[in-house]
Design a protein around this ligand. Structure first.
Ligand SMILES: [Zn+2]
Ligand SMILES: [Zn+2]
Length: 299
């Protein structure tokens, strides 16, 4: 097992939970988690030949293995952090719809419910509406509660000029969470009494101007910080495990499933959320080697 937070007895990084307006959590009664979430990032599935380090076809088998393992771990639900499919050259909406159907059929086997974060590659040929309809998901950003935990799915697939990504009308380095979504987020966090996890494809922990960054990341982080309710943010997009803490909020980037041949180069995690607000991330395959993890899984 691997920790991404200090031990659950350490109060320092959860200052928000000790204040008067802290999110309400059921009393910690046992070590059993309130919620277990399967996490997968940057699957990039396509029926396409390997290019460089990206083994597009292998993602289907890697996803099957992830489903078996994460179901054995008894995750309640699964979140994929974007770039579920990849783009043939030239982009071909019909082909991508086929890739999406195949990989979503495997992803759907994980836990009792599945949630899709939009990534830039998801909408290279498809529109958001087409992608989401195929996944059976109504919205690109939304929130929901499970077992006393509030989960927020964000959509950073907008250009900095506010235009929503659709069928490749964007550069991948031009990502933003526009004002309307930030306002929704602020109101959503204000309304929830629960501790919160945030999921987004592009990076909120990098300075504006960085290729992987959300253009208004500092403004989004300010909303998260002001709420005092965010336990952690999980991201994809840059394909390597990374971890940093900014103003008390941990930002985790999970390695891409597509990178490298063979199951040993896959990556997926089980995130346990405990009643005292602490988190435990158990990494499998290359997620196990995550540099922020304090202890590696022994099996
Ligand atoms: Zn990616
Ligand atoms: Zn991406």
């Amino acid at each position: 097992m691997s920790l991404i937070r200090p031990p659950r007895t350490a109060p320092t990084s959860r200052r928000a939970l000790a204040t008067g307006d802290s999110p309400s959590l059921p009393a910690a009664q046992s070590a059993a988690p309130l919620l277990k979430i399967g996490l997968i990032a940057d699957v990039h599935y396509a029926d396409a030949d390997t290019r460089g380090t990206r083994y597009y076809r292998e993602s289907l088998g890697k996803m099957r293995e992830a489903a078996e393992t994460l179901n054995r771990e008894k995750v309640d639900l699964a979140v994929e952090l974007g770039d579920l499919i990849d783009t043939p050259s030239p982009p071909d909406a019909r082909a991508e719809a086929g890739f999406l159907g195949a990989i979503a059929a495997e992803f759907r086997k994980i836990g009792r419910e599945q949630h899709y974060v939009l990534g830039n590659h998801c909408v290279s040929a498809l529109t958001k509406e087409q992608f989401l309809a195929a996944c059976g998901q109504k919205k690109s950003y939304y929130s929901f509660d499970r077992n006393g935990i509030h989960l927020v799915i964000l959509d950073a697939c907008f250009r900095a000029d506010g235009t929503s990504y659709a069928a490749g009308n964007f550069k991948w380095t031009d990502s933003d969470i526009p004002r309307a979504e930030r306002d929704w987020l602020e109101a959503d966090l204000k309304a929830t009494p629960h501790p919160t996890l945030v999921f987004v494809h592009q990076r909120l922990d990098l300075p504006p101007g960085h290729d992987y960054a959300v253009a208004t990341a500092p403004a989004v982080r300010a909303v998260l910080e002001k709420s005092g309710k965010v336990l952690a943010v999980f991201q994809g997009h840059s394909h390597k495990n990374q971890y940093r803490e900014i103003n008390g909020i941990p930002y985790c980037v999970l390695a891409a499933m597509v990178e490298g041949g063979g199951r040993e180069n896959s990556g997926y995690s089980s995130l346990s959320v405990f009643a005292d607000g602490s988190l435990e991330l158990t990494g499998f395959r290359r997620h196990a080697g995550h540099p922020f993890l304090q202890r590696e899984r022994s099996s």
